[in-house]
Design a protein around this ligand. Structure first.
Ligand code: 5GP
Ligand code: ZN
Length: 118
């Protein structure tokens, strides 16, 4: 279907297929793809297909849909990647280190003994 998009937004361009990404999950409202600079193997980003600058600006239905998608992806990381835990987080605002202004949930598989904490 047709969704709101911002032609200058990197993640809208990924959703539209104009910028390549490794897609790991997709449904009607959401897309998940691997982070280009992963904090751990399998680090993915879940975004709503509709443009929203951040968590505050997003349609509540898209917040719910992306949270559900992050839950499912985290479960898959535990089952298929053998992750022992998963960080799920979103940066909301520049002061919180948001750098791409299209809502995205980081879904980061973690492994027992893994030293990286970023
Ligand atoms: P933020 O810092 O806004 O929370 O997260 C933005 C994330 O987007 C970063 O982890 C960064 O590595 C990732 N990223 C930036 N540009 C690209 C890109 O072109 N493709 C992909 N797959 N990820 C990107
Ligand atoms: Zn966008």
């Amino acid at each position: 279907g047709e969704v709101n998009r911002d032609a200058t937004c990197l993640f809208c361009r990924i959703v539209a297929g104009e910028v390549p990404a490794t897609v790991v999950a997709e449904d009607e409202r959401t897309l998940a793809f691997l982070d280009i600079n992963p904090a751990s193997d399998g680090h993915a980003l879940v975004v709503p297909k509709a443009h929203a600058a951040d968590l505050g600006a997003a349609d509540p239905e898209d917040v719910a849909a992306t949270a559900r998608a992050a839950q499912a992806l985290g479960a898959r990381m535990r089952e298929r990647l053998g992750a022992d835990g998963v960080n799920v987080l979103t940066a909301w605002g520049e002061a919180a280190w948001q750098t791409v202004f299209h809502l995205h949930w980081h879904v980061i598989p973690r492994y027992a003994g893994d030293e990286a904490r970023d």
